[in-house]
Design a protein around this ligand. Sequence first.
Ligand code: SF4
Ligand code: SF4
Length: 247
Amino acid sequence: MRSLFDFNPEYMSVVSVSRAIMDADIVISLPKFKTHGLTVMTGAIKNSYGFLPGAQKARLHKAAGSPARFHEMIVDVFRIRIPDLFIVDAVVGMEGNGPASPELRDIGLILASDNAVALDATIATMMGCDPAKLGFLQKAKRVGLGDFDLRNNEIIGELKQIPDFKLPPLGGEANIGNPSIQALLTKPTMLRPQPDTERCTGCGTCVDQCPVSALSMVEQFPEADPEICIRCFCCQEICPEKAMALV
Ligand code: SF4
Ligand code: SF4
């Protein structure tokens, strides 16, 4: 069962969300500690994008149109139902070209908070990314969801930056507020999904799951039509071999 909710008409006027989420007395969000090519990191706020069932995620990706607008939009999704508690699995984290990178890091931590902004600022700091540079945290602070300045948050335990943590290639400060890189990320010919042919088994899962049918198998490997691809990173996320990357 799903319910319809008024959303930000800049993207979509209405979205549907599972009734189970909206009716629950308590919602606990369980993000993984990992990188993401569009948002630099996947954390408490980005995890709520999973509230949207079906093809809405892809439609909203397309409606956002640019990384900067995507950062703003995920905060609107998060606000549909703000979870009560966040527990991050950082026992083994992911670095590099997330959201599906083969590069894993032993971190050995579980992080928890009742405030998503403080928690995401902590994750960003551990990754070596200044939280103040992240567009979604800027918006979250602007609308009163919390403060990414960790001096204004109580941290129980020792906060340490992970040495030499690899951010996504176009991540970190470069991704945010840089018009040239924003343009690069939205230009069809400049950023497209490409399989690592050493890893790809030709299983076709990415082709089946692409929400806009931008992928087709050419000989034994998937190939994206750059004019159709909306650069949603779903193929990268879903690939069981971690063979796909947007490059
Ligand atoms: S899902 Fe991964 S392994 Fe399967 S065809 Fe796509 S890129 Fe290759
Ligand atoms: S090819 Fe990949 S990135 Fe492009 S729209 Fe399809 S799933 Fe999304």
